[in-house]
Write a protein that binds this ligand. Structure first.
Ligand code: PEP
Ligand code: MG
Length: 582
């Protein structure tokens, strides 16, 4: 996260020992910045993991022989990926479905049939495979949807690995032990096998924060920096490297003093992680007794288990749209019922907040017609109103599993009418299901996500028809400072500590409390070490973040005085308003 002048001014730096100040580059060392994909510090020599060139295609052999060669290549990759799956099952079970999806693609009947037909028509296996896959990859890569672009780049790697397998190429993982792997891109199963072979860290030239590779690196706790475009041109084989997965920094050829500083940082972080584990069962209470509910953001059943293990008190945000990622389509009502039931039951009696599908913008936009400006278009609740059958199925599914702990959260709200309309549709769905007489719990609390400046500014009116608020600081920042949250070059301007963002959060929290409804934060700011005192001072009721961030967050809360945090917050807000109106 970018250092923020406003945070500095605000003085929310009490927990300096948690924060690591990036050293000023020493002579001859190079500091590169890209996306912080997986937290942790890795120090080691660079091993360049460059894709082996696929040899020029030869003449076609007899079609039966070509088909046999294709089958053998599929088997070879299957073996490698089954091995990755077995490792993942032991070390990070939540990522097994990702590897499974690659295994399914490998033996996908349609893909096989198309390749076979082209081989029969006289093509080589390589040519057939390229003819089938390249148009799909091209379409995905040209998409304006970041997620689709990522899927395109993943399919490209899939194709490349299959082409190499056709030439009986086996990847050599032995040389990566103790090293930092630098690659243009890696497939999810490669991440697992690199980790298994002892790689300490990962740097890639392409990839986004939502890519499968990133998800895997995080699950395996492999420090990673991705999207470092010049990586391959700048880093040489055996170059000493430091990968700082907290800040997205890669230090190339670090000076001895820089190494020592990072080693101390790495060791103290690991030590702190172990100590913090002991705090799982303690209440999230400030030193002067103010309690907060710490909840988890959930994107998988594994997250649910992790949340319970570290003592989360419910789910502040269940990202239901994750089902689209797994299925590649909208889930049916029955599929939703199954998954929602499992999540709600495992967390019972803690509150579970199902956010309605938040698609559009940069997210899962494949079902949406291309728009000129998708972040400002059919996104969140707007998308759902445009596709009423999808919304109806989701509301019905939630109502069918609704026990006393279930809540519904509406994304991308910008008007009061939107929330009123969801409420009406919910009532309608409840009647369809036979109402309370049939055991349908129609009084499910409905909350508004405060993630547009409009919602924050009309929070008083929204609070009248909401049962709770949840502040999405990621989008609230994006829309307030007018910076695309996925924009690589403008990351410096994407500042959740910007006084304008903080002021909007303050307005929303105060409005919620004036109307007696609870308010939480579910964006990344909740986990930001420098924001904790600020959020305590705001007096939010709930903080929801990824399970891994909950224990450190609780640790920080327990060392803060609410009274002092509140005084500082009010001074800051007073100064902000005064400056703005002077
Ligand atoms: C947010 O916008 O802060 C949020 C929590 O939602 P998402 O990141 O899924 O858009
Ligand atoms: Mg959001």
């Amino acid at each position: 996260m970018v250092e923020s002048a406003s945070a500095e001014h605000f003085g929310f730096r009490l927990l300096q020992q948690n924060a690591f100040r990036l050293p000023v580059p020493e002579e001859n060392e190079l500091h590169l910045r890209a996306i912080a994909a997986s937290p942790g510090i890795a120090i080691g020599k660079a091993v360049l993991f460059l894709p082996t060139a696929v040899e020029p295609l030869g003449e076609s052999a007899r079609p039966p022989d070509e088909w046999e060669r294709y089958r053998k290549a599929v088997e070879l990759l299957q073996q490698e990926w089954m091995q990755a799956k077995a490792v993942a099952a032991m070390e990070a079970p939540s990522v097994v479905p990702i590897i499974d999806s690659y295994l399914h693609l490998l033996t996908d009947a349609v893909l096989q049939e198309q390749v076979r037909a082209l081989i029969r028509a006289g093509g080589t296996a390589e040519r057939a495979l390229q003819q089938v896959m390249e148009p799909v990859i091209g379409r995905l890569s040209r998409s304006t949807d970041v997620l689709l672009q990522e899927r395109g780049s993943e399919l490209e790697q899939f194709l490349h690995r299959l082409l190499l397998a056709l030439q009986q190429h086996r990847a050599d993982y032995t040389r990566v032990a103790g090293a930092v792997v630098v690659a243009p891109a890696v497939t999810p199963s490669e991440v697992v096998l690199l980790h298994r072979a002892g790689a300490r860290g990962l740097v890639t030239a392409v990839g986004g924060i939502t890519s499968h590779t990133t998800i895997l690196a995080r699950s395996l706790q492999l420090p990673a920096v991705i999207g470092l475009r010049g990586a391959i041109a700048t880093i040489r084989e055996r170059d000493p490297l430091i990968v700082d997965g907290y800040t997205g920094t890669v230090v190339v050829r670090p000076a001895p003093e820089t190494c020592r500083r990072y080693e101390r940082h790495r060791d103290s972080t690991q030590w702190r992680r172990r100590i913090l584990a002991r705090f799982a069962k303690l209440p999230a209470q400030t030193a002067d007794g103010r309690c907060f509910r710490l909840m988890a953001n959930i994107a998988s059943l594994q997250d649910v288990d992790d949340a319970l293990t570290i003592g989360a008190e419910g789910a502040g945000l269940v990202r239901t749209e994750i089902l689209l990622l797994h299925l590649g389509r909208f889930p049916t009502e029955e599929e939703q019922v199954q998954w929602y039931r499992e999540v709600a039951e495992r967390l019972y009696p803690y509150p579970v907040t199902f956010r309605l599908f938040d698609v559009g913008g940069e997210k899962y936009a494949d079902s949406i017609p291309l728009e000129r400006n998708p972040a400002l278009g059919l996104r969140g609740v707007r998308f759902l109103f445009a596709y009423p059958e999808i919304l109806r199925a989701q509301l019905r599914a939630i109502l069918r599993v609704a026990t006393s702990n279930v809540r519904v959260l509406v994304p991308m709200v910008s008007t009061v009418e939107e929330l009123g309309r969801v409420r009406q549709l919910m009532e309608h769905a409840c009647r369809e299901l036979g109402g309370e007489q049939q055991g349908c719990r129609c009084s499910v609390p409905i909350g508004a996500m405060i993630e547009t400046p409009a919602a924050a500014l009309i929070a008083d009116r929204l609070a009248r028809i909401s049962d709770f608020f949840s502040i999405g600081t990621n989008d609230l920042t994006q829309y307030t400072v007018a910076v695309d949250r996925t924009h690589g070059h403008l990351a410096q301007l994407f500042d959740p500590f910007h006084p304008a963002v903080l002021y909007l959060i303050y307005c929303a929290v105060e409005a919620a409390h004036r109307h007696g409804i609870p308010v939480g934060i579910c964006g990344e700011l909740a986990a930001h070490a420098e924001a904790t005192e600020l959020l305590v001072g705001l007096g939010v009721d709930e903080l929801s973040t990824v399970p891994a961030a909950i224990v450190p967050l609780k640790h920080r809360i327990r060392r803060i005085s609410f009274e002092q945090a509140r005084r500082r917050l009010l001074t800051f807000i007073g100064e902000t308003v005064e400056r703005a109106t002077r």
